[in-house]
Design a protein around this ligand. Structure first.
Ligand code: FMN
Length: 189
């Protein structure tokens, strides 16, 4: 089983990464191959809205005109059995890198190009490290865009600094459960 984990944080020692490590520890109880990307460490440009009418090459050719790290991450996403999107809560919403990535993914998916992504199981996680305000609005935003991108969103997990200790336990159990039960959502040979 292959899992791709995409974080909108740049900090491998941050709270979003801590939440993900917990999910991973549950997943690793099974034979799971994990690819992990910290988006801000990659070159992912903003969508250029390349044509004057607001559409772009993606509309007809199912690929993005920009040559950067987006392509490699999308290829790995298409090869995965489960996608995990982990977002640090910024201004009650998505981090800039997560916005760029999912904004471009929405386009290539929305134009029918990425048929393979349809119904790929996904889990969304939002981690608020400040006051905790905006945790649920960021969950709403992430859920909406994952759905528009075509994922089968299995779960959305909201964590904030004040309950992170509890949520890391939940994430560990969730990871273990995913490793054992993903076959229920996808057909494995
Ligand atoms: C630009 C910015 C905006 C933020 N906005 C919020 C917020 O709305 N609510 C909150 O609880 N924390 C907020 N925080 C705190 C982050 O959620 C916190 O730093 C989080 O732990 C970052 O994730 P990381 O440690 O995984 O990188 C913000 C932090 C930054 C840098």
């Amino acid at each position: 089983m292959k899992v791709i984990i995409i974080l909108g944080s740049r900090n491998p020692d941050g709270q979003t990464a801590e939440a993900i490590k917990s999910l991973e520890s549950g997943l690793k109880e099974r034979d799971v191959n994990i690819d992990k990307y910290f988006l801000p460490q990659n070159d992912i440009k903003l969508c250029q809205q390349c044509y004057d009418d607001g559409w772009g090459l993606c509309r007809k050719e199912n690929k993005c005109i920009i040559d950067d790290d987006f392509r490699e991450i999308v290829n790995n996403l298409l090869a995965a059995d489960l996608a995990v999107m982990a977002n640090p809560v910024y201004f009650g919403g998505l981090s800039e890198s997560m916005q760029s990535f999912l904004g471009r993914l929405r386009r290539i998916r929305h134009q029918g190009g990425l048929g393979e992504i349809a119904d790929l199981p996904a889990i969304g996680i939002c981690v608020a490290g400040g006051s905790g305000r905006g945790t649920t609005s960021s969950i709403d935003q992430l859920n909406d865009i994952l759905r528009i991108c075509g994922f089968d969103v299995l779960d959305m997990i909201a964590a904030r600094r004040q309950n992170l200790e509890l949520k890391v336990e939940i994430l560990k159990i969730t990871g273990k459960w995913m490793g054992e039960n993903l076959y229920r959502f996808r057909n494995f040979n």
